[in-house]
Design a binder for this molecule. Sequence first.
Ligand SMILES: Cc1cc2nc3c(=O)[nH]c(=O)nc-3n(C[C@H](O)[C@H](O)[C@H](O)COP(=O)(O)OP(=O)(O)OC[C@H]3O[C@@H](n4cnc5c(N)ncnc54)[C@H](O)[C@@H]3O)c2cc1C
Length: 506
Amino acid sequence: MDRRQFLYLSGGIITLGACKKSNPEILQKKLTFPIHIDSNSKTGHLVKSAIELPITSNLRTETLIVGGGIAGLSAACSSPSKDFMVCELNTRLGGTSSALSINNTLYSQGAHYEHTYLQNYGKDGLKLLEKLQVIKFNSYTNLWDFVDQQHLISSEQETACYVHGEMKPSVLLNSELRKNFFDLLSQFKGDFPLPSTLIPSELHYLDHITFYDYLNKYLPIDGSFINAIDYQMLDDYGGTSKQVSALAGIHYYTCRPYYSNQSIELFSPVEGNYYFINKMANQIPSENLHCNHLVFGLKKEMNRWHIDVLDTKNMIRKKVIANTVVYAGQKHALRYVYPLAFPQFKDVSYTPWVVINIAVSNDIKLPNSKWQNDFISTDTTFLGFADSKIQNPNNNRVLTAYYCFPDMHHYSVQHLETSYEAIVHETIKKISDYYKKDISSAVQEVYIKLLGHAMPMPKTGYLTTSRKLSIDGLAFAGADTGRLPLLFDALDSGIQASKMISNTEI
Ligand SMILES: Cc1cc2nc3c(=O)[nH]c(=O)nc-3n(C[C@H](O)[C@H](O)[C@H](O)COP(=O)(O)OP(=O)(O)OC[C@H]3O[C@@H](n4cnc5c(N)ncnc54)[C@H](O)[C@@H]3O)c2cc1C
């Protein structure tokens, strides 16, 4: 194990360990504000009790859609039939693009931005976004524009970086190495579209080496350069350069002109990518959307799909018979829901994330705060925080912190459900360090979202493994079907799943 890997592992353990032992130093100050926890850890128990319940309701539908995240809802919006039913196990739609309401305003609790650079994006997703009136084509510039321009974050307001105690202009600092890095990747410009399924097959060989090995082959990389690359890979993909493939790594830097001289704005409403969820949900009749509905069994019998559903609010077990199914829930659960299909997804590793929304008093002055405040330290699980004041100065201020834990730490993350004080203290302390100002007395309320199997990591082999995504009237959708963990890939996967089950063009 090299030092970097050691820090990566110990970073996870430091925070979790601190939570377990309730480090007295960290806990010196008593928490004086309410803390709310949102977690899905009870799902397993629900399934056990559901199996014992009698079936009290029988329903029929043309298509049952499992999951109300981006992929499930894009499948619903692309459905040629109006006869479909979306089952989402949570109380709210959104999945990893969810939001929570604080003082009647929605704040992101997961994915929170999309790029405005849509030139390399595939036509199906763009067509759906246009239909949803999210984007419109600008015939003067020949480019797609977001309709709600008020949600654009200008490049000056975008990012500040705190690197081992010092503010820096960028995570990847200007250097000869940085220049050579972009020169090396420039050969791929234009070849890396989104969705990732459109990447030309001649480039698939890049999926079989790690990004680290690829860079190490061509460049004299050093520790601080790799730390910066790792930070960016963790931030978007949930894995370090030694885990993610070169295909994923190069895609990150070449699909959108991250580091060109073009000034690219970001699209980031206060509610984050829940904005897209809301746009799609508004197109779907409310009677087709069923939150608090857990799908816990799928079986094909007599040419029809027989689906076991638990209404978790009323603890009612329902049997749904459907001609077709779109499965847009996380695939790791297939081992219980539909074990026959699980083997083709068993290579998918998910990284757990923890999102902490900290509502602070509007009176606090935080000069130089940016939309995204990157944070690089020895605790590599903490990736920084976003400031809602930059998105909308009229709303209450909420600072949203992001933690990404190593992929083997799912169960430790669940531990935070009961031992959360230390991570709250740690987060407030880190944000205070960032601003060089103690923000603790301004904190009003804290909301923690534990996302167990949150992000499918594009490690080597993941993007190009052949998977059968349509079996006998059942199609799989979701970012975790061998796609990049990005909004547009998830959106496209739902559209393609809908096509697969209906054999139609939308
Ligand atoms: C913390 C975080 C930040 C991110 N930030 C960004 C970003 O800024 N920009 C970006 O482009 N991407 C971002 N991503 C990635 C993006 O969120 C995802 O790619 C996308 O939202 C995935 O959508 P999905 O529908 O595939 O899956 P999910 O969002 O995981 O949705 C799956 C849904 O299915 C439901 N479900 C699962 N099983 C069942 C069942 N058996 N019965 C009923 N319902 C079920 C789940 O509850 C969930 O709602 C981020 C991801 C994370 C975790």
